[in-house]
Design a binder for this molecule. Sequence first.
Ligand SMILES: C[S@@+](CC[C@H](N)C(=O)[O-])C[C@H]1O[C@@H](n2cnc3c(N)ncnc32)[C@H](O)[C@@H]1O
Length: 493
Amino acid sequence: MTQYQSFPGVKGASESLAKLRSLRLPSLQGKRFLDVGCNEGFFCGYARFDGASEVVGIDKSKVAVGRAQARFPDCQFFAQSWEQLPAGQFDVILLASALHYAEDQAALVHRLMNALTDDGTLVLEVGLAASARSEWVSVKRSIDERLFPSRGKLAEILENYAWKIIGYSVQQAGDPLTRYTVHVRRQKPFVFLLLEPPGSGKTTLCRTLFAVAKVPVVSGDLTYRQLSDGRIAASDALVAAISSDFSPQYDRVAEKVLAQGLANDLVEVWCGRGGEGAFAIDSYVPEKYQEQIEDAFRARGYVPVTLNWDMQRSMSAPNEAEKKANSYVETLVDWATETQASILRVTKIRSPALARILSGWHLDHPVNGQVVTDDEQFTVAGWGLAHDMGATDLQCYVRTATGTDVFKLDRRWQDAVKARFKDQVDVPEKLLHCGFRFARNKSELVPKIKFGFVANGEEIPVARFGLAETPGDQPSLSRRLLSKVGASVWRRR
Ligand SMILES: C[S@@+](CC[C@H](N)C(=O)[O-])C[C@H]1O[C@@H](n2cnc3c(N)ncnc32)[C@H](O)[C@@H]1O
């Protein structure tokens, strides 16, 4: 057997050390390594040196295998053809300067790929024929004539794998081909993870990128909705987490699901919807759970590619929005108490004499509890009727700090009359005019405006109008605000 590999002290036809450099082997620490056509075991020895947990070399030459075993007793060598590979999966398999010896080169490559672990690498060191076509080219060498693949043919053989030409390998004397190192791995589907918060542009990115590239997109929102409707099968725990108190605020749903440790269940559903190959996920995942999601995809054979970008969001986080709204209302309460002097305060007086008449009135403008500006007037409108069909002389009075105005009820207020005397057709015209309306300036509200009826000369007080004086005396504004935002807190000062 001619000396092929070079060791210190013995030079072979191949520059083994230079070849080793060009192979760019991954770290072999703790790995299972197989060298196919290992010759005298140069690369097996290196694998041992680099910390491989198990090193196996096969070669059809008994002499080569005998020498290899003598050189590296810690490695296992078998004198056998590559038609039959050693049992088990290997993390790294090397086939250097040997593919052209195979009867069916493509079949050998596929056989080696099948012997790789999921994340394993096949390192090929091959000569490629110079041809622009995809073909096998018969090449005359100094020692023999063999078929070598063109680059296109190699691409054809490797089309279902992920592969890369790493660079040139060492040239060998008398060899008319350029040699290359090629790394080949199982092709795993990519999953593109768009996990940014809502309002970050995920869906736009999907529309403008993945849809154009025909990469299917799984919408997280739609998945949650269909899970809540029972339209997709999933684990009981996931369905329960999504369905209980479901609301289409999907960032809240995501928080809830992931806080319950259901990342794996969720990924299971996503994978079911993603199809066979690569797909993208458009679904918010809080940062602290993103690694769990990536791991769950890895465990299912995907290569997760998480896309991160920095963009001004159109909305705040759900808890943050609620917290701010609540504390804003509390601040409004504080502000309201600071602006008490400008808030209209109405106090109704329940005087027993009021029972002697029928009446109704309301603040036309502004409403009770409203902030009143200096140049605003407040107006009151209403009506009054005595039970005795007009025998009583009924008037209104408004008393301010500067005096009392007594005025007639002279506005036509037919509705009130009809309601009272609905069976009587001939209601005297005088009674139809039972309404009143008066307007006062804000400045008159201090100290207070008193309003009431005068029946046959006797005053019947109805209400006092003023400005709220003491903090806490005017809680209606705050209450209204609180109830409007649905805030559960009411801080009484
Ligand atoms: C050119 S040498 C390359 C040796 C080594 N891989 C290197 O690069 O230094 C080719 C090797 O392949 C081996 N070989 C050829 N046909 C084989 C087969 N069918 N099964 C196993 N080994 C084979 C030869 O015995 C020889 O040792």
